[in-house]
Design a protein around this ligand. Structure first.
Ligand code: FAD
Length: 389
């Protein structure tokens, strides 16, 4: 076994850190407070070609793989940009996974090059209020209309829908009760997010506010047949291909935020004098930080193993991706919570930014999949325990 850092990933980390250094904590705090999309940051990474890291070279990307994408996103998350910085790039990098794997040649030619350059913005439309994690219960549906389709329904939590030109829309095309299996009969569309037929409303939320989350109301949206991704009725299965890599890079992002929080807390603990000594001399302060440091190291190895398994096609990718997401989500949030405690009252003040890391790392225990569902996967598919739901 060789744990030496790959030279290519080292280059990616150093280049990403150089670019991210142009956007400090105050930049992110201001954009978060004002709910402003970080265009200058997005454009800087787009110009550097980083949005095409998973797009195959024949469509204008670099096709580097999940290990490279995780390295990039861990680095930007650790820069102080936290989840705001990672999510700004994340959707462009991962959103088009189903198109890369299942789109027609014409669809790939048309939409992958502008994804790689950053010109095309796509939102992801899976979650619905009533269905929750049970995606088989979605109500958004599409019916055939001449040569195309017409969709109706409502989606929720659609990241970046304010900027998006397109939405990867999962819709029922055969009623659930008429399908052999509950997840059959759903189709994935790369539909126009046409404001004539779609109303987009931002959801006020706890954190990661530079990147908007929305409700999307879909009213008689016409969709061309050319915008069907893969096979009609197999949309849910097409989505699955993108789910594991997304969980792996979320784990990498959680490690990045956690490391940033530990570093801020470490410096503070060395400098802050109370009772005539640095607070870091108290083991009640130093042990939690040392513990978090080692938890983050362990989580870092796990996501890298999962990424390696995905990129090389070796090992049980679903199990590794879910375990990495779970472990890193816990370790990242705990590191931010401990950092906040280390800073005492100032941890609660915006000026020190730890409260922002804390708010944003909390999200990683909920999305893109909750910790409970990640554990359900491990219990059922790794430990072969009976399905609990
Ligand atoms: C900021 C943000 C951005 C998001 N971006 C997008 C996006 O771009 N596109 C998109 O489609 N979705 C997006 N989501 C949605 C996200 O994927 C879901 O919120 C997440 O998967 C959880 O689903 P839910 O909120 O419907 O929870 P529910 O399914 O309602 O579950 C509620 C709670 O019950 C638990 N639970 C439910 N069933 C079980 C069970 N069988 N066993 C144990 N526990 C269970 C869950 O773990 C959870 O804690 C986003 C969410 C957030 C908060």
């Amino acid at each position: 076994m060789n744990f030496q850092i790959d030279a290519e990933n080292e280059r990616i980390a150093s280049e990403a850190a150089r670019l991210a250094a142009g956007f400090d904590d105050d930049y992110w705090s201001e954009h978060d407070t004002r709910h402003e999309f970080p265009w200058e940051y997005y454009d800087a990474f787009a110009r550097g070609g980083w949005l095409g890291v998973l797009v195959p070279p024949e469509y204008g990307g670099s096709g580097l793989g999940v290990s490279a994408a995780g390295t990039l996103l861990r680095t930007v998350a650790a820069s102080g940009g936290a989840m705001n910085a990672a999510s700004t790039l994340h959707l462009s990098i991962f959103g088009m996974g189903p198109v890369i794997h299942h789109g027609s040649e014409a669809m790939k030619q048309k939409y992958l090059p502008p994804t790689a350059t950053g010109e095309l913005h796509v939102s992801f439309g899976v979650t619905e209020d009533d269905a929750g994690t049970d995606t088989s219960r979605i109500r958004t549906h599409a019916v055939r209309d001449g040569d195309g389709w017409v969709a109706n329904g409502k989606k929720v939590w659609n990241t970046k829908a304010q900027q998006a030109h397109k939405i990867l829309l999962l819709a029922r095309t055969t009623p659930r009760e008429e399908c052999e299996r509950p997840y059959d009969g759903m189709t994935l569309f790369l539909a126009d997010l046409d404001r004539k037929y779609c109303e987009v409303r931002e959801i006020p939320k706890l954190g990661r506010n530079a990147v908007n989350s929305n409700e999307v109301f879909v009213n008689d949206l016409p969709i061309s047949n050319d915008d069907v991704v893969g096979e009609v009725g197999r949309g849910f299965y097409h989505l699955l291909d993108g789910i594991n890599p997304e969980r792996i890079v979320i784990a990498a992002e959680a490690v990045g935020i956690g490391r940033r929080a530990v570093e801020v807390a470490r410096k503070y603990a060395c400098e802050r004098i109370v009772f005539d000594r640095p607070i870091g001399a108290n083991q009640a302060i130093s042990h939690p930080l040392a513990d978090s440091h080692s938890e983050l190291e362990a989580a870092d190895l796990l996501w890298q193993k999962a990424a390696w398994a995905y990129d090389t096609g070796a090992g049980n990718i679903g199990a590794l991706a879910n375990m990495a997401k779970f472990r890193a989500g816990e370790a990242g949030f705990r590191a931010c919570d401990r950092a906040l405690q280390t800073l005492g009252g100032f941890g609660y003040a915006r000026e020190y930014h730890v409260e922002r890391y804390w708010r944003e790392s909390r999200l990683m225990r909920i999305a893109p999949i909750s910790q409970e569902m990640a554990l359900n996967f491990v219990a059922e598919h790794v430990l072969e325990l009976p399905r609990s739901y």
